[in-house]
Design a protein around this ligand. Structure first.
Ligand code: FAD
Length: 480
């Protein structure tokens, strides 16, 4: 792979006001927002189709204080949301972004519906990890693929050029200002694009094992289940330009990847009363920590792990999330009429598994749980049982380039690097400094789409500013 670098400028093949690098959720929202603000925009995408993390996601976007919540009688607002986020993440390197993104979240959801024509509904029925109220909004199919299809359609409607198969390999820089980028296609053909502002929307570095080992070692042993496009170019370019970074050791994990097929076992199974045992048939912790935090518990425990649930939970979850049926279809839901049958089927000690089922049933019925778990969904498991062998996964890294409230990338001296913006996985996340336990459901898309909206508007404003004025503004933006 060509090492991304920052280079000197040459005459560009084309010029635009705003160049967006990466056509995921962040990039498309940034492009639409910049276009809506009157800028000329182009988007370059590395892969031959738009298949980043956004399309893999379940498309769930938090919005605190939306009209959809109001219609459903949910009382919410930015302060409550910020408090929820900070309670889970603790203080980190981008507290100002937590405030900023909680503040813009309702506007983001309504902007997506009204201006970007994305179909979103409030996800009712259960409360997501870390949220004190019902706050996530998702496409009707609850898939990121549908979210991406809507964003692509909007970009198309606006005539925004989106070019797949065009990996950016260098940023161009003149006198400390980012002035565009160089793309090189699979046949080695190069295109040089000049821009008044460049938005890095290339996601994080989960697919770059060298960077994960160096910067996020807590996730090194996890199976990477995110997009292959997330190989950390924004971070490498930013570092070459002396950009500040933050929260690099934080990640979103998922504790429920089916080990055999790689199908995701939704954490709703745990919320309904399922739990996780190791090879000895014993539970390893409080599963209600959430799917990301519990991935860290699983990484520490090691060895084969099994999600234990029952036929009722299987049917109930499949009803609300049809894709969960895939787990059974792929042969990943092992059945057992009794505890002994199930233990035999998965190869764990029968006595130990029976004792675990008895103890968990007692906890679900009100006895104090050895691991401190309080919530048991549908109550004690009932035969016939199910078990799925699982493994912890890394979905995406949560650290990246430090950005200010306008999504401008911060340089070594604390002032923004002129002409350079970042959002989504390319920027510092809001999920704590280290590990997977600072992640609240929806943090990924909030950073991607929220910073995309902010970056698109800010970059368009910078592009429209008279020459000279924008440099002055940029220099004033010291981060404290
Ligand atoms: C299975 C799964 C489920 C998830 N579910 C949720 C959820 O429900 N809610 C939530 O908030 N988060 C979720 N997340 C996290 C969320 O998907 C990400 O945080 C978010 O999509 C990141 O958006 P992005 O635009 O930054 O990155 P992406 O959507 O990955 O887009 C980045 C794009 O940049 C391209 N690119 C990279 N390098 C270059 C280059 N050099 N030149 C040109 N293009 C480049 C990539 O190919 C890619 O298309 C989930 C993640 C996974 C893996």
């Amino acid at each position: 792979m060509t090492q991304p670098t920052a280079s000197s400028p040459q005459t560009p093949d084309i010029e635009v006001d705003v160049l967006v690098v990466g056509a995921g959720g962040c990039g498309l929202v940034a492009a639409i927002a910049a276009d809506a603000a009157g800028a000329s925009v182009a988007v370059l995408e590395k892969q031959s189709r738009l298949a980043g993390n956004t399309s893999l996601s379940s498309g769930s976007i938090p919005g605190a204080g939306t009209r959809l919540q109001a219609a459903a009688g949910v009382d919410d607002g930015p302060d409550l949301f910020r408090d929820d986020l900070m309670r889970v993440s603790g203080p980190h390197d981008a507290d100002h972004l937590t405030e900023r993104l909680a503040g813009i979240s309702a506007e983001l959801v309504e902007w997506l519906i009204d201006e970007a024509h994305v179909g979103l509904t409030l996800v009712a029925g259960y409360r997501h990890v870390g949220h004190s109220v019902t706050r996530l909004h998702a496409p009707p199919s609850r898939t990121g693929a549908e979210l991406m299809a809507d964003l692509e359609a909007e970009a198309d409607r606006r005539g925004i050029p989106v070019a797949p198969g065009q990996p950016v390999v260098e940023l161009t820089v003149a006198d400390g200002r980012v002035t565009g980028a160089l793309a090189r296609d699979a046949d080695g053909r190069e295109s040089r694009i000049g821009a008044k502002a460049v938005i890095l929307a290339t996601n994080g570095f989960g697919g770059a094992r060298d960077l994960v080992a160096e910067l996020c070692p807590g996730a090194e042993a996890a199976t990477y289940a995110g997009s292959t496009g997330s190989t950390g170019e924004a971070l490498r370019w930013g570092r070459a330009l002396g950009a500040r970074t933050g929260n690099l050791g934080a990640y979103q994990g998922h504790a429920g990847l089916a080990a055999r097929s790689g199908v995701l076992v939704t954490w709703t199974v745990v919320e309904r009363g399922g739990y996780i045992v190791g090879a000895d048939g014993k539970r390893i912790g409080d599963e209600t920590l959430g799917y990301s935090a519990f991935a860290g518990v699983e990484l520490a425990a090691g060895g084969p792990l099994y999600m234990i649930y029952d036929e009722r939970i299987e049917a109930d979850v499949a009803k609300g999330q049809p894709e969960f049926a895939e787990v059974a279809r792929m042969g990943d839901a092992v059945a057992g009429a009794t505890a002994a049958d199930l233990a035999d089927a998965i190869g764990v000690p029968g006595d130990a598994l029976a004792a675990t089922l008895d103890a968990a049933a007692a906890s679900a019925e009100g006895k104090a749980d050895a691991h401190g778990r309080m919530a048991w969904g549908l109550g004690a498991l009932q035969p016939p049982y199910r078990a799925t062998r699982i493994t912890p996964a890394l979905f995406h890294t949560q650290g990246g380039l430090a950005v200010d409230d306008d999504a401008r990338v911060i340089g070594a001296g604390g002032a923004p690097i002129p002409g350079l913006y970042a959002g989504g996985g390319a920027a510092t996340g809001i999920s704590g400094r280290e590990g997977g336990d600072g992640y609240v459901s929806g943090n990924g898309l909030l950073s991607a789409l929220g910073l995309g909206l902010i970056a698109g508007r800010s970059a368009a404003a910078e592009a429209a500013a008279p020459v000279g004025e924008e440099t002055e503004t940029v220099q004033q933006g010291e981060m404290t």
